[in-house]
Design a protein around this ligand. Structure first.
Ligand code: PEP
Ligand code: MG
Length: 757
């Protein structure tokens, strides 16, 4: 019964359109469920250090938004201070009771207040009162605690969206812009004018009806498809000149859908089955969208959006709609409910300064492209009628994932100063391009880039990288509806090896599982990160592994800049088996008369077990590379993709630092080079520590590479070692971060920290 009531309330609150209505619903329903005489909610206003009455039934309604209690004041203050519920029969006799005549609570005796906690933060207090002098029953208290815990997430969400601020008149007066909260999509700040783009046509609006003439409709569709193909092709040509291989692959995915006979056949079948071309298109696109949306993998879910976009483009052609191109000003900020990769490419070169998308996340294709193009981007801005933004001035803060509409002159000035500071830093970074990553006392480190699925910053060479330290080969596998053939793989690998030649390229063997799934090879597991992933899959499927190895070896012919790397190694035996298979593939090719060289082989240290056996593992291969993204999540038992525990995911945790130091020591003891290729390597605060530990190379996304170089060039190896020694004596990751930030500030590199790292 209680559970049912709880569920009902939570569902209703979920559906409430805004915070005020949600809170009013809560007080009404709770009062009913507990048969209390009053129920109220106070929310915490951190800036003012007080609790504000936000909703009530039973107290004076007129005081909503006005009744305020300082932190620590009254029984409400006590609940907040203790962060636990307080249940008393005669509130007015309690020493902490605060008399507040305007709220009109003189009649009430019993008081039960529970804190509303979200991720360790106190959001406010939920309170029920009763005339009768009796304590609330334990079950009632438990009910309220449970309800409060469930509602906390909703309240936090609504509060983040600025609803609380809107209720605060004082702040409204001070308001300097309308804040549009979202998620960071691509870093950087831009100021410009909004251009709203709309989908080319509305698939949903197409009615189902039979074709007038089946053959005519098929022909009509073929023509529309061909026109859409031309349109995408034109964008692709532009993309090719600006983007790297990996980002271009996103457009290849579009083309592949358009070029495949499958789509045409599917549509033809629908038309022959009795639907006119437009409805046939609607049905088939919907099927594909649903199929992709139902997949766990975020990357594949994104393909649903590609399909929807293509569907609309083909429909526009079918309806022979002349698409009106908006007027793009020189400082265009592109805004849409669903910004697509293609829409980015439609803006004339040099005009686009930033992006705001109503949907999507930092994994969306458009966010990946925006990062590659250096366009500050905010994703997932919901709750704002986008059409009303057209033509308005806007600031895009891609670091914090917020946009500011119609900013005041002062706010604009502040952001303008930030932009200038960044430009200066960029110029400085640009000037380092051809200089080595060398400390002031001549200690040299190699800086490589990571490329593949979510590569940042375009071509590795343009940032002065010495090679590719991690090529994630999942990309060629994800873009298809089946495993790619050896030859298809060879072509892609060859392209990268040729571009980078003679610089080294470390290609990692297929690392699917965990959060990376293939649509055509579904893996259903309760605990995917502890399941069948990386080398575990490929060793169970040597046929897939050997194809890939052969493709890599053949791609390397005449170039000889290939290294291979094995992911998710947990045990020595896995390395032994993998090496045997690589030797087998190599021998096969030699036997076939193909002149392939045996490459350098490395393995990733990303499972804690491998840290302890790093020496024995290193003995078997040519180099080690730390996958810190996974190593951190496994060491700290924190899912790398779970926002609820994101604050616990910390690369500066003392346990992580000790593990990293241990890996370097053991790798070097075995006489092998040690690299790191997780995100940690790109954080300026960590770069110094990694330098101090003795890593031979760091591999990171292209955008961050110049910053890492700047850090290295501003320190000596001796200082880095001393800093490392100091932080290894510290217990607290926050203290460690502060210590390192101070070191950067003192070296005049504070700008690197401000830029959101
Ligand atoms: C890592 O785990 O640090 C890593 C580089 O691999 P991925 O992020 O692809 O799992
Ligand atoms: Mg990994």
């Amino acid at each position: 019964m209680i559970l049912k009531t709880l569920r009902r309330i939570v569902q209703e609150v979920n559906a409430a359109p805004d915070l005020t209505q949600a809170l009013n619903l809560v007080v009404e329903r709770v009062k009913e469920a507990l048969q209390a005489d009053a129920c109220s909610i106070f929310l915490s206003d951190e800036e003012q250090g007080e609790y504000v009455l936000m909703a009530t039934i039973g107290l004076n309604q007129e005081m909503v938004g006005k009744a305020k209690l300082k932190y620590g004041q009254g029984l409400i203050g006590l609940v907040g201070e203790r962060e636990e519920s307080i249940n008393i029969d005669k509130a007015q006799e309690h020493p902490q009771y605060h008399h507040y005549p305007q709220v009109e609570e003189a009649d009430y005796n019993a008081f039960l207040g529970v804190p509303i906690m979200h991720q360790g933060e106190l959001l406010g207090i939920l309170m029920v009162q009763q005339r009768e002098t009796r304590q609330f029953a334990e079950e009632e208290e438990a009910f309220l605690v449970t309800l409060s815990a469930q509602l906390a997430g909703e309240i936090a969400h609504a509060r983040a969206k600025g609803a609380l601020q809107e209720l605060s008149k004082k702040r409204r007066r001070k308001k300097t812009a309308m804040v549009l909260p979202g998620i960071p999509g691509a870093p950087g700040v831009a100021i410009g004018h909004v251009v709203v783009v709309y989908p080319p046509a509305d698939l949903e609006a197409v009615p189902d009806r039979p074709p007038e003439n089946i053959d005519d409709d098929i022909k009509l569709f073929e023509e529309a498809l061909s026109a859409a193909r031309d349109e995408i092709h034109a964008l692709q040509v532009r993309a090719k000149s600006t983007l790297s291989v990996a980002e271009n692959a996103l457009f290849d995915a579009y083309s592949r859908i358009l070029d495949s006979r499958t789509l045409m056949n599917e549509i033809e079948e629908e038309i022959r089955g009795g639907l006119w071309a437009q409805a046939a298109l609607k049905r088939i696109i919907k099927q594909h969208v649903l199929q992709f949306e139902s997949l766990e993998d975020q990357y594949l879910q994104e393909r649903a959006m590609d399909f929807r976009d293509l569907g609309r483009r083909i429909l526009a052609q079918l309806q022979s709609k002349k698409r009106e191109m908006p007027e793009y000003p020189k400082n265009t900020i592109l805004v849409s409910d669903e910004v697509t990769a293609a829409a980015l490419m439609e803006v004339p070169e040099g005009y686009l300064k930033g992006v705001v998308s109503g949907s999507g996340s930092s994994n969306s294709h458009v966010a990946i492209l925006a990062r590659a193009l250096g366009l500050p981007t905010v994703m997932g801005v919901t709750g704002t009628p986008i059409t009303q933004l057209a033509g308005k001035e806007i600031i895009v803060d891609g670091y914090n994932g917020q946009a500011y509409l119609s900013p005041s002159t002062n706010l604009k000035k502040e952001f303008q100063a930030l932009i200038e500071e960044e430009q200066q830093l960029d110029e400085e970074l640009q000037s380092l391009r051809d200089l080595p990553a060398e400390t002031q006392d001549s200690h040299r480190l190699a800086l490589y880039v990571n490329t593949g699925l979510a590569t940042d910053g375009g071509l590795p060479l343009s940032v002065g990288a010495e090679g590719v330290g991690l090529y994630r080969t999942e990309m060629p596998f994800m873009l298809r509806d089946r495993f790619p053939t050896e030859e298809e793989q060879r072509v892609m690998y060859r392209q990268l090896l040729t571009t980078l030649s003679p610089r080294p390229v470390v290609m990692r063997t297929l690392d699917i599982g965990g959060d990376k799934a293939l649509s055509y090879f579904p893996i259903e597991e309760e605990n995917p990160f502890l399941g069948w992933r990386g080398i575990r899959i490929t060793l169970d499927h040597p046929e897939i592994f050997i194809h890939q190895i052969r493709a890599m070896l053949r791609a390397n012919i005449g170039l000889d800049n290939l290294s291979m790397m094995l992911p998710m190694i947990t045990s020595i035996s896995e390395v032994d088996v993998a090496l045997r298979l690589i030797h087998q593939a190599h021998q096969e090719l030699l036997d076939e008369g193909v002149d392939v060289k045996f490459p350098k082989i490395g393995l990733m240290i990303e499972v804690p077990a491998a840290v302890y056996q790093a020496y024995e593992l290193a003995k078997r291969v040519d180099f080690l590379s730390v996958g810190s993204n996974d190593l951190i999540q496994y060491l700290l038992a924190v899912d790398r993709n779970n926002p609820r525990v994101a604050t616990l995911y910390n690369g500066l945790h003392p346990a992580v630092l000790r593990a990293l130091q241990q890996i370097v020591k053991l790798g070097h003891k075995a006489g092998k080079k040690v690299s790191i290729c997780g995100e940690l390597a790109s954080q300026p605060v960590a770069v110094l520590l990694l330098l101090g530990m003795g890593f031979d190379s760091l591999s990171m996304n292209a955008r961050d590479l110049p910053r890492a170089k700047l850090v290295i060039r501003n320190f000596t190896i001796e200082t880095a070692k001393a800093l490392l020694k100091e932080v290894l004596d510290m217990d607290d990751p926050i203290e460690i971060r502060c210590h390192m930030e101070m070191a950067l500030e003192e070296a005049g590199l504070g700008g690197l920290i401000r830029a959101g790292k």
